[in-house]
Write a protein that binds this ligand. Structure first.
Ligand code: FAD
Length: 403
């Protein structure tokens, strides 16, 4: 039986590992009608070997969840790069970039995510030099097309030391494959604290809209979360064309982030994802150090949670490039989706996804549909976010501290 087996106990995460491990090329990966990557099986090529199911979250009834005791003692840091220049290019405190470069120096081949403007998508990409890791900088808040890179990893993992960066669902799948082949010890896996991944149709529509607005066919750089205002002002997409900022979004009209945070246009598996709430498959998890402690910081502070000896040694190797402070996982978790599920109104979600997929309708229709159906709390939050944007930094931070 293959990945289409009806005995699945969960939804697909879009990690694409099922297709990568298939030795018969029976699984193709495409966007489904809602804009999420899904496997499509050519039954005439399938030999029922079952490998696709072995690496899949949908069929795993033994997901390992990290115990409270292990979380309580987990080596956890706040870290900020000493390079101000680097901090303008990365999303948080720049730890991912330093780790990737260190791993290349240690002889690993790195797999991380870059943005491909020609294909209008984020892609897992394989690199072997420090300079090439620059394309991984900055979070691309969309699903990554990982099929080709993971296929290469599957093919060459016996002879190549890989370091893989990705969301918890990617890292889980890579861990499953490597553990199954008894190759996990050769590799190092780094994942991210994760809110979830929205439909690709949102980004594709949004990107098309911006290109029309700024009358450009090509973007040289896209920062999905620009620090043009400061680190904490989340709702900002910035686009650079020929060295000039061509577009900076404003919260009052940022449909991409409105839909990202409404939680009703995320992948089917995101609402109750177990993988964002366990540290069992990764060596290091990175995120933003949200919460009151660094609320006055404008440049970005990373949260670094370390879950293996290998992860610990790796972080020690780059620690001198950072201002670091020892913290607790309990404090980091306060600002994260770790351990949480999102209440989803599935009928409303389907309606929103239909509007998003409809080429004749603007994204604002989907945002309006969500807020028309949202409770008062959500509407007030939206208003406060818009007001917040126009407040001076110090006042904004003071209000955050008081919350
Ligand atoms: C979809 C998504 C949701 C996230 N949700 C949260 C959250 O809820 N809380 C939180 O604290 N942090 C979240 N993050 C992580 C956060 O945005 C930063 O990536 C992280 O703090 C590392 O930042 P940095 O400054 O160390 O490095 P950066 O240079 O910003 O590192 C980016 C790293 O992320 C990888 N990456 C970029 N885009 C993707 C992608 N689409 N899929 C997989 N890997 C990618 C790159 O390969 C690189 O290693 C999320 C990231 C993504 C992509």
């Amino acid at each position: 039986m293959n990945i289409t087996d009806k005995s699945a106990i969960r939804e697909c995460t879009s990690c694409q590992m099922c297709g990568a491990v298939c030795a018969h090329g029976a699984i193709e990966v495409r966007l489904n009608e809602d804009g999420f990557y899904r496997p499509y099986v050519d039954e005439s090529k399938c030999t029922d070997c079952g490998l696709c199911k072995r690496v899949c979250y949908k069929f795993d009834n033994e997901i390992k969840i990290t115990t409270q005791g292990a979380l309580d003692t987990m080596e956890t840091y706040a870290a900020q790069s000493l390079s101000d220049d680097l901090l303008t290019h990365v999303t948080s405190g720049g730890v991912a970039d330093a780790l990737a470069k260190e791993l290349i120096r240690q002889g690993y081949t790195c797999i991380g995510v870059n943005y491909n403007d020609e294909h209008h998508r984020a892609e897992h990409t394989i690199v072997t030099t420090e300079q090439e890791t620059d394309v991984f900088r900055g979070s691309k808040y969309i699903q990554s097309y990982s099929f080709d890179a993971f296929k290469m990893l599957v093919k060459t993992a016996r002879t190549t030391k890989y370091a893989v960066f990705g969301l918890p669902c990617h890292i889980y799948a890579v861990d499953r494959f490597l553990s199954f082949r008894k190759l996990r010890d050769n590799c190092i896996l780094v994942d991210l604290f994760c809110h979830g991944c929205p439909s690709m149709h949102i980004w594709n529509k949004y990107e098309k809209q911006i290109k029309e607005d700024v009358q450009q066919k090509k973007f040289d750089e896209v920062q999905f979360r620009s620090k043009v205002r400061d680190w904490g002002s989340f709702y900002v997409v910035e686009v650079v064309v020929e060295g000039v900022k061509a577009f900076v979004s404003k919260p009052s009209r940022d449909e991409f982030y409105s839909l990202f945070f409404c939680d009703h246009a995320l992948n089917d598996s995101c609402s109750d994802c177990l993988l964002r709430s366990t540290m069992e498959y990764t060596d290091i998890r990175l995120g933003d150090f949200w919460g009151k402690r660094y609320v006055n910081d404008r440049k970005g502070v990373s949260a670094v949670a370390i879950s293996s000896e290998k992860g610990s040694r790796l972080f020690i190797a780059v620690a001198n490039q950072f201002k670091t402070e020892r913290r607790t996982m309990a404090e980091v978790k306060l600002g994260q989706s770790y351990g949480k599920t999102y209440p989803t109104r599935w009928k409303l979600r389907k309606e929103i996804l239909l509007v998003i997929a409809d080429e004749t309708r603007p994204l604002s229709d989907a945002v309006d549909l969500f807020y028309k159906n949202a409770g008062l709390g959500m509407k007030v939050k939206r208003l406060l976010n818009t007001i917040n944007w126009y407040l001076p930094f110090d006042l904004k931070r003071l209000l955050k501290r008081l919350r």
